[in-house]
Design a protein around this ligand. Structure first.
Ligand code: FA5
Length: 339
């Protein structure tokens, strides 16, 4: 019996030593220690060993079981460690390799324009303010001197959500919100999405505007001209000229529309500027005193200037984009060109 157990341990040692993977080790565990395993069989057969030898035989059969169990456990740990090392080698990342094919994202041209415009004005001491996209009739129209049923409402077609609730048509709504809560001096820019039921090559149902507002003592049309001329020269280039044309907005008096010399042909006339050499970029004016008073600012003491530009319009001029709809198709080939 002793010889048989000795032989069993030698065989098991050899098999375990030579096993190459976890599956083989598990097979050996079944072969020796499983329900019908060889060592289990010896333990079961102890009842047939003569009583005077049982203690001694029992001792070395138990020793054989402990030894084989220890060898299997140790080999299993070795194999698992080896497998882990191999996996780590295979998945090793060389962080020094320049991954030129990486599909990196890029900022949308509208985001680039918004960032640039806000940069220009914050460098001039303007604060950034925001308001809700779903607005009340009061802030979008009435406080801005556009009463209900007034013909000037036709200037901005509107998506109504309820009787007094709408998707804001202009970021000018943030002007009214701010003036109601703040006393001058006020110097702010308000970027955001606005909505109108328009759809063609230069008009989109959702687009972005940036509103500008300055309220202080002695603010005049001359300040507006100087500010917007500096803005245009910084945004496009120092050769850019501005032109102020009389216009009408109920919330400014006088009102102007501001054109810049075409960034593509520099005023010579091309397809983008329809041969005129000029492109309109925004609406502006001196804040109507009625609006100041309605928003709780004394129009005898203070005056203001305001302007509102279309972000998509600026992006189209800056990047030579012929159709506004291209900006919303999200074709990744187009977007990647702004990296
Ligand atoms: C306004 O919205 C005024 N609130 C601007 C303003 C602010 C005037 C403060 C005076 C004082 P207007 O409707 O012109 O004005 O729109 C301003 C700009 O938004 C336009 O110059 C144009 O660039 C852009 N815009 C207007 N409608 C659309 C549209 N459907 N799609 C894309 N851009 C548009």
């Amino acid at each position: 019996m002793r010889e048989k157990v000795k032989q069993l341990i030698e065989n098991a040692t050899e098999f375990i030593k030579n096993s190459e993977n976890v599956a083989q080790i598990n097979d050996l565990r079944v072969k020796y220690l499983g329900k019908a395993g060889e060592i289990t069989g010896l333990l079961k057969g102890m009842k047939d060993v003569p009583a005077d030898q049982r203690a001694e035989v029992g001792k070395y059969v138990n020793e054989a079981r402990d030894k084989v169990t220890a060898m299997i456990t140790e080999k299993l740990a070795q194999l698992e460690q080896k497998a882990l090392e191999a996996k780590m080698m295979k998945e090793r990342i060389d962080i020094t390799v320049d991954n030129v094919d990486a599909n990196r994202g890029s900022l949308h041209p509208c985001t680039l324009v918004i960032d640039e415009v806000l940069d220009i004005f914050t460098n001039l001491g303007f604060k950034v303010a925001q308001g809700p996209e779903m607005e009340t009739d009061m802030f979008n129209f009435q406080l801005l001197n556009i009463p209900k049923d007034h013909p000037s409402r036709d200037m901005q077609d509107t998506f109504y959500v309820g009787e007094d609730l709408l998707l804001r048509t202009q970021t000018s709504a943030v002007q009214a919100r701010t003036m109601l809560n703040t006393q001058p001096p006020i110097k702010l820019v308000c970027p955001g999405k606005v909505y109108r039921p328009d759809y063609d090559a230069t008009h989109s149902p959702m687009f972005h505007q940036i509103e500008g507002l300055v309220v202080d003592k002695h603010v005049t049309l001359t300040d507006l001209k100087g500010l917007l001329d500096l803005f245009a020269k910084t945004l496009f280039d120092s050769e850019t000229k501005t032109r102020f044309r009389p216009s009408y907005f109920p919330f400014t008096e006088p009102s102007v529309e501001v054109d810049v010399t075409c960034a593509v042909c520099h005023g010579k006339g091309c397809k983008i500027c329809k041969g005129t050499g000029w492109i309109e970029i925004l609406g502006a004016g001196v804040v109507n005193p009625k609006v100041l008073d309605r928003c709780g600012i004394d129009s005898k003491k203070y005056s203001g200037l305001a302007f509102g530009l279309g972000v998509e319009r600026i992006a189209m001029i800056k990047y030579g984009i012929p159709d506004i709809r291209i900006l919303f198709e999200n074709d990744s080939r187009f977007l990647k060109s702004f990296k």
